[in-house]
Design a protein around this ligand. Structure first.
Ligand code: NDP
Length: 347
């Protein structure tokens, strides 16, 4: 049978912006005979994520991430359905996911590399396994819980950067549910600001492209900032940290503003910001959702309940077609998404 796949066509360079031309679509033929343990899957949804920018480099700079190889099929988070199985644990019709799903319309995979999921956990909304009830939700929930020190009744103010994105939009809602008195989002458009306040219940939102972030934070957070969920790094983060209170906590989730630059992770802070962290005893520990996999089952169950009961609202931006994987990835890197960027591959 024929399938289509996306391969890495070229690298953007460590200091370059990725472009859709870095990816190439190919047609391949899949052999119909499965070996023992294998399954044929049809891809339903694929995820595009900021960490993939590192995989476009020859050296990812992270020991837990391998680079994508030129002219080889690209992979990442995916969800699909089993069409044929020679794996005893999986049957035709099962819905499965993996963090290493090839960007292919159909694929032959080892059943043991797939996790079977229950579509009731997402009320049939299967793309949510890549978002709020998947790696994105885990990042937001565990980030807030493990590094945020949010305490009910403590009148805390939380600021989230990258707030209208996949992790940020969930993290702010979790911060509010866990007891923050105020949750302020920073994002890149007025439409995103409106969605944060009107749809997701953020207290306020700041458009960093058109507003003075420092001045607006002073108005909105007169008592300072206690918890900062940092998705972006760079000058936005320095402006936020400057207004943090003594004993505050930075959840160091990601630094997307620096991903097209040849800098280590996490990128160095200015001397001034480092001095603020030290003198005010503000914690800023690197956070990796992957380090908390022993907590993932309970966390996914909780996220599923929060989404099904509409205590957490979900935003998604969906693009259709495997031919648009590169376009969707580059768009997400520049803020084209509200909520989780998903690519729908088949019905
Ligand atoms: P998002 O859905 O948030 O998409 C990325 C967003 O980043 C864009 O929509 C854009 O929104 C914003 N952005 C891009 N460039 C800049 C810039 N220069 N300055 C400010 N904002 C920018 O992606 P995710 O939710 O998947 O990821 C968010 C962060 O979380 C990333 O840093 C990622 O690396 C990190 N992450 C960390 C994990 C962990 O375990 N620690 C796991 C998963 C993700 P806008 O319009 O607002 O600019």
């Amino acid at each position: 049978m024929h399938a289509r796949r996306v391969v890495l066509n070229s690298r953007p360079g460590k200091n370059g912006e990725p472009s859709p031309g870095n990816f190439r679509l190919e047609q391949i033929t899949l052999t119909p005979d499965l070996k023992d343990g294998q399954v044929l899957v049809r891809t339903l949804y694929l995820s595009v994520d900021p960490y993939m920018r590192c995989r476009m480099n020859e050296d990812t700079g992270a020991d837990y991430l391998g680079p994508w190889e030129l002219s080889e099929c690209v992979d990442g988070g995916g969800v699909g359905v089993v069409e044929t199985s020679r794996c005893s644990a999986l049957a035709e019709g099962d819905v499965v996911t993996s963090f290493n799903w090839p960007w292919q319309t159909h694929a032959v995979m080892m059943g043991s590399s797939l996790q079977k999921v229950d579509s009731q956990m997402v009320d049939g909304h299967l793309s949510y396994f890549l978002g709020p009830v998947g790696a994105t939700g885990l990042t937001a929930l565990l980030g807030v819980r493990e590094k945020g020190h949010v305490t009910k009744g403590a009148n805390q103010t939380m600021v989230v950067s990258g707030a209208a994105g996949a992790c940020g939009s969930l993290a702010g809602q979790i911060g509010r549910l866990d007891g923050c008195a105020r949750v302020v989002g920073i994002c890149g458009s007025n439409e995103k600001c409106r969605a944060l306040v009107e749809d997701l219940g953020f207290t306020a939102a700041i458009n960093y492209r058109s507003e003075d972030v420092s001045a607006r934070l002073k108005e909105i957070c007169p008592d300072g900032i206690d918890v900062y969920f940092d998705n972006v790094g760079g000058s936005i983060s320095e402006a936020i940290i400057e207004q943090m209170n003594r004993g505050g906590h930075v959840i160091l989730c990601g630094q997307i503003s620096q991903y097209n630059k040849d800098v280590p992770y996490p990128p160095p802070l200015s001397d001034k910001t480092q001095e603020i962290l030290q003198s005010r005893s503000i914690t800023r520990e690197k956070f990796m959702a992957l380090s908390y996999m022993s907590k993932s089952e309970a966390a996914l169950f909780e996220l599923s309940q929060l989404v099904k009961s509409a205590q957490i609202k979900v935003l998604e931006t969906v693009v259709n077609g495997i031919e648009n994987m590169g376009v969707a990835f580059c768009s997400m890197m520049k803020g084209g998404n509200i909520g989780k960027q998903i690519v729908k591959i088949s019905d």
